[in-house]
Ligand binder design. Structure first.
Ligand SMILES: Cc1cc2nc3c(=O)[nH]c(=O)nc-3n(C[C@H](O)[C@H](O)[C@H](O)COP(=O)(O)OP(=O)(O)OC[C@H]3O[C@@H](n4cnc5c(N)ncnc54)[C@H](O)[C@@H]3O)c2cc1C
Length: 287
């Protein structure tokens, strides 16, 4: 299968990329790792007349630590995330997820920015970014704007980005001392995508085992990643022991896919097991 013909540019600055987006409007598409865009173009579900390759823009790459945030460039690949010491230290849930995305080829080229902008409802990193309460920084003709992860994923394959913007970086808040995060995924054996995946972020009180703050997000249900509010409420302010976590994980289904067939019931059960594992692991890391 061949894509429809298109022109190609590989700018070296964000400004040049934005100019190309402004010039070609809806007919332009940004190219990151290509692992979602190129299959869509080959199937002719996407037929851009101009492809703007972001891989030669150095300022979109890399991971850096500031005092209260971890900043990840949009073009950072899954392998780079999985190998980063800063990611392991500040937000290990990202490394957990990135290390199990697809296969080695996908992890070598696929990018965090491409994954978030594509907003596949079964993708791993959107749920991770939602659980971390991250901020997505978009750049467009009017400059930079920050979008909270809770407001970024709008619908299936649809985000808050507009056609003339690109996703530049992701800012992860790094909380004080006793914080932990983890991801647990039930992998589809053929595609390696998540049947379900659960990302957990937990802050423990300084001098006790009480859960001070918790965010849980789920992929694989519905059209966007979802917060598991029922689980969060069952954990908040409680002692982080295995029984409390197991009971709280059973609350996972409120917000999840409303359909009530047996396949969905099976998925809910898998998600509860993943939630239990992810929360326990996050708590271990927070201690
Ligand atoms: C065999 C296979 C297995 C996979 N398994 C998994 C899996 O287990 N888990 C998972 O989460 N994903 C999986 N994927 C999807 C993979 O993670 C893709 O890499 C990801 O969805 C898109 O990232 P990309 O960098 O390849 O983006 P691209 O395919 O280049 O772009 C995707 C979309 O995002 C837009 N875009 C890209 N970068 C930006 C930007 N900076 N700003 C604005 N828009 C942008 C593009 O225009 C395009 O519309 C798999 C893919 C394959 C082929």
């Amino acid at each position: 299968m061949y894509p429809a013909s298109f022109d190609y540019s590989a700018p070296s600055t964000i400004d040049e990329a934005l100019q190309l987006l402004a010039q070609h409007g809806e007919n332009a598409k940004l190219l990151a790792g290509g692992h979602s865009l190129l299959p869509l173009m080959k199937l002719r579900f996407a037929q851009p007349t101009h492809v703007v390759d972001l891989r030669r823009i150095p300022s979109l790459r890399g991971i850096r630590r500031e005092s209260s945030a971890l900043i990840i460039g949009a073009m950072t690949t899954y392998n780079e995330l999985a190998a980063s010491r800063d990611v392991h230290d500040a937000a290990p849930v990202i490394a957990d997820a990135a290390a199990h995305i697809g296969d080695p080829q996908v992890r070598n080229r696929g990018t965090i920015g491409g994954s978030l902008a594509h907003a596949d409802p079964a993708a791993d990193l959107p749920a991770v970014i939602l659980a971390l309460g991250a901020t997505i920084v978009a750049v467009g003709p009017n400059g930079r704007r920050a979008i909270r992860a809770d407001e970024f994923f709008r619908e299936i394959f649809t985000t808050a980005l507009s056609n003339d913007e690109l996703l530049a970086e992701i800012r992860i808040p790094v909380s004080a001392a006793r914080s932990g995060s983890a991801y647990a995924k039930h992998i589809h054996p053929a595609s390696r995508f998540a049947v379900v995946g659960v990302a957990a972020m937990v802050d423990l009180e300084r001098m006790s085992e009480r859960i001070q703050r918790v965010r849980i997000a789920v992929t694989g249900f519905g059209n966007t990643p979802l917060r598991a509010i029922g689980v969060e409420e069952a954990l908040s302010g409680r002692t982080a022991d295995p029984d409390t976590i197991a009971v709280a994980a059973m609350e996972l289904d409120a917000g999840a896919d409303a359909s009530d067939d047996s396949a969905n019931a099976h998925k809910v059960q898998l998600a509860r097991v993943c939630a239990d594992r992810a929360i326990r692991h996050a708590v271990e890391r927070a201690r």
